[in-house]
Design a protein around this ligand. Structure first.
Ligand code: PHE
Length: 455
């Protein structure tokens, strides 16, 4: 049998996982979730949830992947062959969820692409802050432009997956992710210096507990899973490529902290500008597309050239970060179609493009002509996003921790997490980690999930 590919080094593991984790979830989704769910309280719960629940789930997923050395579709069946049929359904879900997310994620990828084009035309630097602010509303409510952008974005990503030039993109993202980091820090410096920005800083730092309710928990947990690419088979699959002498706890903690930091930094870049621009923090998915151009426009009045360059680099980095995430989402479906049905990769890519592209068009139109279709106060796009992160991801993550905690043997899990006892620190921590995986994670996820539906 051909030996399974491995990531070359610890750095490569963390880069690959961080590449999947860091994406629109951090830059686009996190700030708007914070704005919709009470500011600092949300940030606080998000941090605690990431460390106490998501990190153990992450370790469980990577353990399952490395132990089974199989992609997410077959991992559970392989570890528990007696109940193969049952786990097949869970495996199928782990293929379905990323494709479901892909449909609306690539709509936002399209928005980013449009904003990159706009920044290349110097539109943000030339326009007044008010004009730039108004651009977003007219853009998303129009019919064709957002649809074309979504399809173009998805087509480019599908083409990359079909050509198999993923490694090139991965190398490219190694450059752009650190660049995005630097750009975000620059933006923070500028954003907090804007008049009126201090209210935004306070909004992120000073918890207002009257804003706190069960929903905040569900959304914070969903955001944490979404951002760490949990509950959708991605980390299980990546785990299967991790070398057997790699330290799983260090790689997981490294990725989680990196991802957390990135989200919080994005919050500090964006929220102060939201307040300075007088934008409503609960404005929803458009938040960064309204506030960031405002920064560039006001910066442009003072330093037009700097502002033009930073705006182009910023949106370029976002587009690339989104692309690396989308590529890994497409890859799950393509690998499945290829392995199970022997479909050639280009054909599988085309199929994913047609299906997800078509559903994505509906999501895109839900900001314009289809905005009248609302269910429990949510348009189609919001429903997709809500259903994925607050229902599907939670259920899937729950299943994985229960599987690792109750179906896999404790000794096997121990063996994997401590590398056969060779990682002595992990051996000391194992009792605690196992307790978090077996009890804390499933009980918290289930409790939050159920309470949300009852209340
Ligand atoms: N975690 C990514 C983000 O934050 C989204 C993603 C999920 C990417 C799952 C790949 C797999 O944007």
């Amino acid at each position: 049998m051909k030996e399974r590919e491995h990531f070359g080094s610890r750095k490569a593991v963390i880069y690959a996982m961080a590449g999947s984790a860091i994406g629109l979830g951090n830059i686009w989704r996190f700030p708007y979730m914070v704005g919709e769910h009470g500011g600092a309280v949300f940030v606080l719960i998000y941090i605690v949830a990431t460390l106490l629940v998501s990190l153990p789930v992450f370790i469980a997923e990577i353990t399952l992947g490395r132990r089974s050395r199989t992609s997410s579709f077959g991992a559970m069946s392989k570890m528990d062959p007696r109940h193969k049929n049952r786990w097949k359904w869970v495996g199928l879900m782990s293929v379905f969820i990323p494709l479901f997310i892909l449909c609306y994620y690539s709509v936002i990828g399209g928005w980013s692409l449009y904003y990159l084009i706009k920044s290349c035309a110097f539109d943000f630097v030339k326009g007044s802050p008010e004009a730039v602010n108004g651009l977003f509303g007219s853009f998303i409510s129009s019919v064709w432009m957002p649809v074309w952008m979504h399809l173009l974005f998805l087509a480019v990503c599908a083409w990359i997956v079909a050509r198999g030039v993923k490694s090139g993109i991965e190398r490219f993202s190694r450059l752009t992710i650190p660049a995005l980091f630097v750009l975000i820090v620059l933006l923070i410096v500028y954003s907090v210096s804007l008049p009126g920005a201090s209210a935004g800083v306070k909004y992120l730092l000073k918890p207002d507990f009257s804003e706190f309710n069960v929903k905040t928990f569900v959304y914070a947990m969903g955001q944490s899973f979404f951002s760490l690419s949990l509950g959708m088979g991605a980390i299980v699959t990546y785990g299967s490529y991790v070398k057997s002498d790699e330290n799983l706890v260090v790689s997981s903690a490294g990725t989680a902290i990196f991802d957390l930091l990135f989200a919080v930094l994005a919050g500090f870049a964006i929220m102060p500008a939201v307040f300075a621009a007088g934008i409503e923090p609960g404005a929803g998915p458009g938040l960064i597309f309204q506030s960031v151009p405002f920064i560039f426009s006001s910066m442009g009045a003072k330093w037009p050239v700097v502002s033009a360059i930073v705006s182009i680099l910023f949106f370029l980095a976002i587009v690339v970060a989104a692309m690396t995430s989308v590529i890994s989402l497409i890859e799950v479906g393509v690998a499945f179609l290829h392995e199970r049905f022997g479909m050639a990769r280009p054909k599988a890519c085309a199929l994913v493009f047609v299906l997800c592209g078509a559903v994505g068009v509906v999501c895109s139109l839900s900001f314009g002509p289809l905005s009248g279709i609302q269910i429990v106060g949510k348009n189609i796009f919001d429903l997709f996003d809500w259903f994925a992160s607050n229902v599907l991801l939670l259920l899937m993550a729950f299943t994985v921790v229960v599987f690792v905690g109750f179906v896999m043997k404790r000794e096997d899990v121990r063996d994997e997490i401590t590398n056969g006892g060779r990682k002595t620190l992990n051996a000391k921590l194992f009792g605690g980690i196992y307790f978090l995986i077996k009890w804390v994670a499933p009980i918290s996820v289930l409790a939050i999930f159920v309470t949300n539906f009852i209340l």
